[in-house]
Design a protein around this ligand. Structure first.
Ligand code: GDP
Length: 334
């Protein structure tokens, strides 16, 4: 492997070569370029992504969600180690729109997934920081392509389980895993019906000690609940199982289920169809983000928006008129 100087700026070709060679250092630096908001980095990032794209995609992408405290990081630590034992290379990415990495986010905490982090075959990257979920999700999706090109064949994308990030993760993964707890009502767990509907598998975690019976009961309840939903486009009926990350029980079952799912969707064509749809959606996500950046990034627009805010408060203009006015102004700049 080549010895890249730590500080020198690399060309897109050097980044691409380093990623394809499996250099974790270059992979990390390339993801940093993707996350950067500097205009010069944005151009470089697009070249890197374009360059690695033909080598990406050869993976299974698993989204993992559940409320804080459900045991996501403990589960991922054990699940990740299991996958490494089976000979896989695992990349763990997170989507946390509230993440301000420099201020020390929970997801960036070094103590999480301690053992997994030491393994050569595992790569853990905390969430990109950003103001909008769309922006953070786009960056995570792009980081995922880079990881795949670097030879990681299982990608785990974790959410913090609040708000809209589940939908974003579902939109970029093949298999969606929902971690739940026994005994806590759905309301308590902040799980909306829409999220249950997205799940390919529900795992009742912490099924150990006194919690085993409750977990079995919860399993049956969720099995019944999931039967009510119409069969998803994938043709897969979601499975429910219990697990204990701490006791390493039921973790192998999760992977077996992923493989069973993969076999089905490979055979019925859904895997490819879904990936293609996601690629197209990726384009639209980028257009949306870029348009927003162009619009709100304009100094002239920002100034006029401040004026319009005042005009709305003093009832000089209606919000709808104000929106129409500023869009017209923006169109004039073309
Ligand atoms: P996260 O916020 O979803 O990432 O949850 P963590 O992985 O940080 O776990 C939250 C707490 O639950 C920690 O105190 C863990 O030790 C505990 N925990 C995680 N998994 C299990 C499990 O399988 N069984 C039990 N009993 N506790 C667990």
């Amino acid at each position: 492997m080549k010895n890249y100087k730590a500080k020198s700026r690399l060309t897109a070709e050097q980044y691409i070569e380093g990623i394809l060679e499996g250099s974790r250092v270059i992979l990390s630096r390339a993801i940093t370029v993707i996350e950067s908001n500097l205009e010069s980095d944005k151009i470089l990032a697009k070249d890197i992504i374009q360059g690695v794209l033909p080598s990406s995609g050869n993976s299974i992408r698993i989204g993992i969600t559940g409320v804080p405290g459900v045991g996501k990081s403990t589960f991922i630590e054990v699940f990740g180690k299991h996958l490494v034992t089976l000979g896989h290379k695992v990349a763990i990415l997170s989507i946390d729109p509230s993440s301000q990495r420099s201020r020390g986010s929970i997801l960036g905490d070094k103590t999480r997934m301690e053992e997994l982090a030491t393994l050569e075959e595992a790569y853990i990257r905390p969430s990109a920081s950003g103001d909008t979920l769309g922006g953070v999700a786009n960056k995570t999706g792009e980081a995922m392509f880079l990881c795949e090109a670097g030879g990681y064949d299982v990608i785990l994308i974790e959410t913090v389980g609040v708000g809209q990030s589940e939908t974003a993760v579902h939109g970029m993964t093949d298999f969606f895993l929902l971690l739940m707890l026994a005994g806590a009502g759905d309301e308590l767990q902040g799980i909306k019906k829409g999220i249950m509907e997205m799940a390919d598998m529900v795992v009742i975690n912490k099924a150990d000690g006194d919690n085993v019976r409750m977990s079995e009961l919860a399993k049956r309840q969720y099995q019944n609940a999931l039967h009510i939903f119409p069969l998803s486009e994938s043709g897969w009926s979601p499975e429910v199982s219990t697990a204990s990350a701490i006791k390493n029980i039921g973790i192998d079952k999760v992977w077996e289920t992923v493989l069973k799912f993969k076999e089905l969707v490979d055979e019925n064509g859904y895997f490819l169809k879904n990936r293609n749809q996601q690629q197209i959606q990726w384009m639209y996500n980028n257009i949306n983000e870029e348009l927003k950046n162009l619009f709100y990034g304009s100094d002239a627009i920002a100034k006029q928006l401040k004026e319009l805010e005042k005009a709305i408060i003093s009832s000089k203009i209606s919000p709808v008129k104000a929106a129409q006015y500023i869009i017209e102004k923006y169109k004039e700049t073309f």
